[in-house]
Design a binder for this molecule. Sequence first.
Ligand SMILES: Nc1nc2c(ncn2[C@@H]2O[C@H](COP(=O)(O)OP(=O)(O)OP(=O)(O)O)[C@@H](O)[C@H]2O)c(=O)[nH]1
Ligand SMILES: [Mg+2]
Length: 168
Amino acid sequence: MNRAMLIGSIGAGKSTLTHALLENKIEARKTQSLTYYDWIVDTPGEYTENPLFYKNIMATSLEVTHILYLQDATNKKSIFPPGFSGGFTKLPIGVVTKADSEAANVDLAIEQLKRAITRGPIIVSSSLEKKGLKEIRDLVKCNTMQEMKDYVLTNQSNDIFFHETLYK
Ligand SMILES: Nc1nc2c(ncn2[C@@H]2O[C@H](COP(=O)(O)OP(=O)(O)OP(=O)(O)O)[C@@H](O)[C@H]2O)c(=O)[nH]1
Ligand SMILES: [Mg+2]
């Protein structure tokens, strides 16, 4: 079964998205350690914010098929180093979170994800409005980058697109 690990800054909305994707009716609390659900591994924001934890992310990534890179649209900062997804062999999905918020800057969040992910789909989501959830579930069912690209091309909207870096 395909599985996804969620990474992103403290408070980016990883646990809220996890519960929304799984249709769990529980509210997220601060994540203290790696938490395994059905097909999702939720991580504490500290794991992505502190490079000392990169080895934990690396090790955990071996257990999944996809890595979801969450960028909070209400956070002007991005904690992902440029090209971060290049350090992993797993299929990347960029996810903009909290698109519903009045404070959201979705365009900025997309630009931040484009720097973090050299190639892959990017989804604009809101756990509160259940936006982008189906697309994320469907993408995690894809087995190759090409399958994800084909999915994006056949499900075109403003909230999903495929990012490719032409020159590296
Ligand atoms: N407006 C809005 N707020 C959200 C959304 N998703 C999460 N939040 C809020 O963002 C805050 C942090 O959410 P969490 O899901 O706990 O974030 P996290 O990434 O799991 O945080 P850590 O576990 O500390 O790493 C909470 O107050 C949520 O209510 C969303 O889609 N829209
Ligand atoms: Mg959490």
